[in-house]
Design a protein around this ligand. Structure first.
Ligand code: FE2
Length: 244
């Protein structure tokens, strides 16, 4: 959980819905969402990434490691990441976290209206960030990498410079859908082939769902094997996505 080789005293946990939290919830298990705890092992503070499905258990998991939850990060507005109504099913999420703790939900600024609509949160519950912003938890820097495409304000979080918590932008072996409200296939192409291209090969990918043949990968491996990162032209990409 901590990284002995990192210059920062990182605390980091990848948690799978239906297995590590929301246990015995078949809908959560089917959705295969990952949530993350990202914190400073020295100060014992952490942020919850994409709190949904079973927020009480996520907070308890942090507390069981003697970590205090001081806020949350939202990769995008979808109910399986921040709570809300999803196909007639009500998913617990950020609102439950705010009932438990007086914290802020940090999201990309373009995602704010979407998050408010789906979760029912108010502006005062949210902290809006631009791409490039750096939020610190203890001494651990977390950079907002704005990667529109799946949604307008989808964001990845670069933790400590070498871990990318990617939401539904990039999965192991695939990428997020681009046919949903707020999606933009052209922007997704730019996010996958340009915006994320600025990050080095040895960055570890931590996706928002367990859709691949492994729970994590590296950006270098994905550039070699993930079809979504290998499409040579925007035109071909749009044809693949059915938008040409
Ligand atoms: Fe999503």
């Amino acid at each position: 959980m901590t990284s002995p080789n990192s210059p920062h005293p990182l605390y980091f946990r990848q948690l799978l819905a239906g297995r590590d939290f929301a246990v015995d919830n078949p809908v959560a298990a089917q959705m295969m969402n990952f949530a993350y705890l990202v914190g400073d092992a020295d100060t014992r503070e952490c942020l919850l990434v994409d709190p949904a499905w079973d927020v009480d258990s996520l907070v308890k998991l942090a507390q069981s490691d003697d970590l205090k939850v001081i806020g949350a990060l939202g990769s995008h507005y979808h109910p399986d990441h921040l709570g809300g109504e999803m196909m007639g099913y009500s998913v617990e999420g950020a609102r439950r976290l705010l009932e438990l703790l007086p914290v802020k939900i940090h999201v990309q600024e373009k995602e704010v209206p979407w998050v408010k609509r789906v979760t029912g949160l108010a502006d005062s519950d949210l902290a809006a960030h631009a791409g490039g912003d750096i939020l610190k938890v203890g001494k651990i820097p977390i950079q907002f990498v704005h990667t529109p495409g799946h949604t307008e304000g989808s964001t990845c979080f670069l933790v400590g410079g070498d871990r990318l918590v990617a939401g539904d932008t990039l999965f192991v072996g695939s990428c997020g859908r681009v046919d949903l409200p707020g999606s933009d296939p052209e922007e997704m192409y730019r996010s996958l082939t340009q915006r994320l291209a600025k990050l080095p090969d040895d960055v570890t990918l931590y996706p928002g769902h367990d859709y691949g043949d492994s729970p994590t990968s590296t950006l270098g491996a994905q550039r070699l094997t993930n079809y979504a990162m290998k499409v040579p032209t925007l035109q071909l990409w749009l044809e693949m996505m059915g938008h040409a």
